[in-house]
Design a protein around this ligand. Sequence first.
Ligand SMILES: Cc1cc2nc3c(=O)[nH]c(=O)nc-3n(C[C@H](O)[C@H](O)[C@H](O)COP(=O)(O)O)c2cc1C
Length: 190
Amino acid sequence: MDILTAIKERRSCRNFSDEPVERETLEKILDAATWAPSPLNAQPWSFVVIAGSEVKNNIFAEAERSREQAIHKSGWGWLEKYNVEFLLSAPVIIAVAGDPKKSGVDQFMEGGAKAYEHACAAAVQNMMLTAHALGIGSVWFTLFDREKLRGILDLSSDKVPLALVCLGKAAADPAPTPRKGFADKTIYLE
Ligand SMILES: Cc1cc2nc3c(=O)[nH]c(=O)nc-3n(C[C@H](O)[C@H](O)[C@H](O)COP(=O)(O)O)c2cc1C
């Protein structure tokens, strides 16, 4: 699949079949993650591959807690109906954690070390595009408290869990999501 097709066809998948993701496929997805750009090529990411139901249950409970909190803070009605059971049904979830010290020169700039987060986000995008090209659905998930997720994943204190990437064969085609196009979002300085 060519890159533009992968970019335009990928959609977030929240409805997975129970078909497992093969180890070889998983490793291609992880390998693609590591080819993302990063500050000073510091490669600030690390990955936790989660397939066991106990950890998934704990993640699900934390996502539900965060969802309740977000409902309370935002008052957004749609969050009441938003169902995160795909955290249980996805055959595999990859947690992406980053190391803030691996932020390159960014750590000396006002605003502090954030470049590691950008690099990890690029790694997540590589994973999702690769998954799509290999026939695997994915969704990028962030509805969790980072400290609580660090405890669930038993990560050391130098690592910040930034994203969960749920992976599996789609049980149904994900709904199309529109885009606004770039014309109104772009200015040219000449
Ligand atoms: C940083 C980031 C965080 C996201 N967090 C969540 C999330 O917590 N739960 C979820 O269901 N989708 C999450 N998404 C997926 C978006 O909802 C989705 O990408 C967007 O609606 C566009 O749909 P598409 O991916 O199908 O094009 C996240 C996406 C990004 C980039």
